[in-house]
Design a protein around this ligand. Structure first.
Ligand SMILES: C[S@@+](CC[C@H](N)C(=O)[O-])C[C@H]1O[C@@H](n2cnc3c(N)ncnc32)[C@H](O)[C@@H]1O
Length: 222
């Protein structure tokens, strides 16, 4: 077995032991695949981690940047109390349509507001609305803008809120200063920003699994 298939097999074992016989949101992934969406959602164990973190933070208001078909959105929405709310931001109309279908099918649609458009614009609009602060933010859209998304998230979140940013290791390519990949350069800008951001207390965790070698940042707003 190569390392990649080992990681995937262990993920499957973890799902079987800790989540259920199979991914409870497998239908969502099937709907995404049928609609031709790319399979770039978080993995089942990562989705469950987001769910547990949102629960631990007693999140009532969640912000997500990057919806795709709503797989991570639904894991998070299922951690909300009955009167909780999740705002998720997506630029692609087609992704948003598929996500809305998934929200309806999984019974979480009433908790979710999907805003279509470039996330930077929507984040500015949210700031102008001065709505209640968010308790939990999950950032998983275009990696070029990650530093801007985190800055906006700090302004929209309450002190003590959790901010999670996905895909920050990129199979180790984050170390490549000369990378021509804008996602790598965006990730490096994010780390440079975090290194000098006194309003956040952060760590980074490397992960392996069905999504190969990657990692995420977890930060608390001071
Ligand atoms: C990695 S996928 C999100 C996966 C999703 N969080 C999940 O785990 O199920 C990234 C999504 O961000 C969207 N996206 C990319 N650039 C964006 C932007 N500037 N504003 C809003 N959404 C964007 C993409 O269309 C895509 O659907």
């Amino acid at each position: 077995m190569d390392m990649g298939s080992n990681w995937a097999a262990v993920d499957e074992y973890l799902v079987g032991k800790l989540i259920g016989d199979a991914d409870p949101l497998a239908d969502v992934l099937a709907a995404n695949a049928a609609a031709g969406l790319p399979a770039i959602d978080v993995s089942p164990v990562q989705g469950k981690l987001l769910h547990l973190l949102a629960n631990a933070a007693r999140a009532r208001r969640i912000l997500e940047v990057g919806t795709l078909g709503g797989y991570s959105t639904i894991w998070l929405a299922q951690a909300l109390p009955a009167d909780g709310k999740l705002v998720t931001l997506e630029i692609e109309r087609r992704h948003a349509e598929v996500a809305r279908g998934n929200f309806n099918r999984t019974g979480v649609a009433d908790k979710i507001e999907l805003r279509l458009g470039p996330a930077l614009d929507t984040l500015n609009a949210l700031a102008a609305e001065e709505s209640a602060p968010f308790d939990f933010v999950f950032i998983d859209a275009d990696k070029q803008h990650n530093a801007d998304y985190v800055q906006a998230a700090i302004g929209l979140a309450r002190p003590g809120a959790l901010i999670v940013v996905d895909n920050v290791v990129r199979e180790g390519r984050v170390l490549d200063e000369q990378s021509q990949d804008s996602a790598v350069q965006g990730t490096r800008r994010l780390f440079d920003m975090l290194a000098n951001e006194p309003r956040l207390d952060a760590t980074g965790i490397q992960t392996v699994g069905v999504k190969k070698w990657d990692g995420f940042i977890v930060a608390i707003v001071r």
